[in-house]
Design a binder for this molecule. Structure first.
Ligand SMILES: [Zn+2]
Length: 75
C-alpha cells in the first residue's frame, strides 16, 4: 500500500534514531514489524521504551513541513 494524502502521517522513530513519517493506514497493516515511510524507506521502529528520535528524515519532512520537528532539530 502506498501512503497518500488521504491518510494522516505519524512521526515514528526508527531503530537508527531517524524520525520518518508513516501513514496511519501503513501502521494499521504493518507487516512483520516493518513500516514503509512516506519517503519510501522500509524500517523497523525503535522500541517504545527508547527516547524519541532527534533527526528528521529530510525526504519525509519535505512532505509534511508543518509537523513539529524532532527534538534535536528544534531551535
Ligand atoms: Zn523518511
Amino acid at each position: 500500500m502506498q501512503p497518500t494524502d488521504r491518510f494522516a502521517l505519524i512521526a515514528v522513530t526508527s531503530q537508527g534514531g531517524v524520525v520518518h513519517l508513516v501513514s496511519d493506514a501503513v501502521i494499521a497493516t504493518c507487516d512483520a514489524g516493518r513500516y514503509v515511510a512516506a519517503c519510501g524507506a522500509t524500517f523497523i521502529p525503535a522500541a517504545m521504551t527508547e527516547p524519541d528520535g532527534t533527526d528528521d528524515c529530510p525526504l519525509c519532512r519535505a512532505r509534511q513541513p508543518q509537523l513539529p520537528q524532532a527534538r534535536g532539530q528544534r531551535r
